[in-house]
Design a protein around this ligand. Structure first.
Ligand code: GAR
Length: 210
């Protein structure tokens, strides 16, 4: 089955090519890869790239048989250089869809203009509320009763592109930011794979998972 899927992709270009950027655990990444392995999925993950060599997700991707790359971003390796190498790879692998999954760098406008495919991100808040970092902590400070996550298109303005899907969780008494993160991540994964299937099959209905 799988073999057939990859042959079709290489010879006839029936499947769409996905690449995933990570910086850490990679549980969204793992869910996306696993979903693409099912025979009815319109896409295939061609590679996973991390800006950190210690990202746990790299090991998970390798175990699932996916090619991995590390392009470090630090004092000696600029984000500009990272983006140049990434763009080359995206073109070489004919990537249609780039998914950010816990990727903790902000891609530049120049990169987003140069890459012609779609770029998606998952953000742990109900956007447009709580853009940026530390969303679990910040939602507790707001004494809100609902938290959630959003999958959106990536544009140069941080966490501001078109919303493609959202999921929510209830905040209970005694929830800490760790507890919230654990509750939310399960629903994030479910949301992200649904949105990817949706966008790849040309459906533009916004997905809502409560
Ligand atoms: C997820 O909660 C994702 O929403 C968040 O990082 C976590 C990654 O988990 N992303 C951001 O905060 C992006 N600004 P994972 O590595 O297990 O998928």
């Amino acid at each position: 089955f799988l073999y057939g899927k990859f042959i079709l992709n290489d010879r006839l270009k029936i499947l769409k090519n996905i690449a995933i950027l990570i910086s850490g655990t990679g549980s969204n990444m793992e869910a996306i890869i696993n979903d693409t392995l099912s025979n009815d999925h319109p896409g295939v993950v061609k590679f996973v790239l991390s800006n950190r060599s210690d990202a746990l997700g790299l090991l998970k991707a390798k175990k699932l048989g996916i090619k991995t790359f590390v392009f470090p971003v630090n004092r000696t390796n600029s984000l500009e250089n990272f983006e140049k190498k990434l763009l080359k790879l995206l073109i070489k692998e004919k990537i249609d869809l780039l998914c950010l999954a816990g990727f903790m760098k902000v891609l530049s406008k120049k990169f987003l203009i140069n890459f012609r495919g779609n770029v998606l991100n998952i953000h742990p808040s109900i956007l447009p509320s709580l853009k940026g970092l530390n969303t679990h902590k910040r939602i507790l400070e707001k004494k809100s009763i609902t938290h959630g996550a959003t999958v959106h298109k990536v544009i140069p303005e941080l966490d501001s592109g078109k919303i493609l899907g959202q999921t929510t969780i209830k905040i209970s008494k005694g929830d800490t930011h760790d507890k919230l993160a654990k509750k939310l991540i399960k629903k994030e994964r479910y949301l992200y794979i649904k949105v990817i299937r949706n966008i790849m099959t040309g459906k533009n209905k916004i997905i809502q998972i409560d």
